[in-house]
Ligand binder design. Structure first.
Ligand code: NAI
Ligand code: 15L
Length: 268
């Protein structure tokens, strides 16, 4: 159990609700926040406060006394630039300012869409070039770079979770590679929070996929530093899903799948 309370943003979202239940069951002291009400029963010892990530003073107050910030709030799929920038850029800045003020570790829900324009034939390590596949992916790349800034300038530690596809089950052929089970995601967040050190760099990137034999795109990362390994696998869904491709040549070429093909206007 962490020594200090843990702040979870995006608590009312899909992954926030999974984490609230699982971490609450482990006896963690949770401070929860979102801009929409929390729909479930609160675990014992948890407090929920409505707040917009764009409200900096509110985020600073919420983080008071916390040792870790699990930053899962924000826009979670592709949207126009003007929709993304408030929650995912200004909101992210407020979360990092809170981490700096508290000396807290940041566990940031980044995304495969920060690197989505790498081709599926490429094998990526954690130091690969960022290649965002939209304004959403760009906000995640910016978040990872902001984590680097706050480490260098203020000593704030960050774990960047480059989550693949975290859903109850894989639902298409791409997810046979990118699927991250809820159980593996929960254990990943627990290790990212509890790991005593992130090593000399003070930051770690983790590829967030389960033990899928089709995940040939992502290789070296910081999982040993935090002591995490996935246990679940999408493999048993292969027979049902391998024919379920998008039919779009752009989406099928790149790791980010359908996000890469949205509003795609390149002709050569
Ligand atoms: P979600 O959309 O269900 O949850 C996001 C939550 O953030 C929502 O409850 C929403 O109300 C809240 N939020 C949005 N703007 C806000 C604002 N301005 N102020 C306060 N709260 C705000 O998304 P999900 O699937 O739970 O994802 C959680 C995080 O993980 C997101 O950051 C997402 O980008 C990231 N992620 C998720 C993946 C997945 O497969 N589910 C894959 C990769 C990354
Ligand atoms: C994400 O970043 C999204 O939050 C999620 O809804 C999925 O689209 C996922 O990536 C994915 O790439 O499957």
């Amino acid at each position: 159990v962490p020594q200090k309370p843990v702040l979870l943003t995006g608590a009312s979202g899909a992954l926030g609700r999974v984490l609230t239940r699982a971490l609450g069951e482990q006896g963690w002291t949770l401070r929860l926040t979102d801009r929409v009400p929390f729909p479930d029963q609160l675990p014992e010892g948890a407090r929920f406060q409505l707040a917009d990530l764009e409200d900096g003073p509110a985020i600073l107050r919420l983080a008071e006394g916390c040792g870790t910030i699990l930053h899962f709030g924000g826009i979670s799929v592709e949207h126009p630039f003007e929709t993304v920038i408030g929650p995912n850029i200004r909101g992210l800045y407020h979360a990092y300012e809170a981490a700096r003020r508290e000396g807290a570790r940041m566990v940031f829900a980044s995304s495969n869409h920060a690197i989505g324009f790498h081709e599926r034939t490429e094998v990526l390590d954690d130091d690969c070039a960022l290649a965002p596949d939209g304004y959403y992916g760009l906000s995640k790349a910016y978040g990872e770079m902001m984590g680097g800034l706050y480490r260098h300038k203020h000593g704030v530690e960050s774990v960047f979770l480059r989550i693949g596809s975290c859903f109850p089950e894989p639902t298409d052929a791409r997810m046979l590679a990118t699927w991250l089970s809820y159980g593996d995601m929960t254990r990943l967040v627990m290790r990212a929070t509890l790991a005593p050190t992130l090593g000399p760099s003070g930051t770690a990137v983790i590829w967030g996929a389960s033990k899928n034999s089709r995940m040939t795109w992502w290789r070296r990362d910081g999982r040993e530093t935090i002591g995490w390994a996935p246990q679940d696998s999408a493999d048993s869904y292969a027979a049902a899903l391998e024919g379920k491709t998008s039919g779009n040549p752009v989406a099928e070429r790149y790791q980010g799948g359908g996000f890469t093909a949205l509003d795609y206007s390149r002709s050569e």
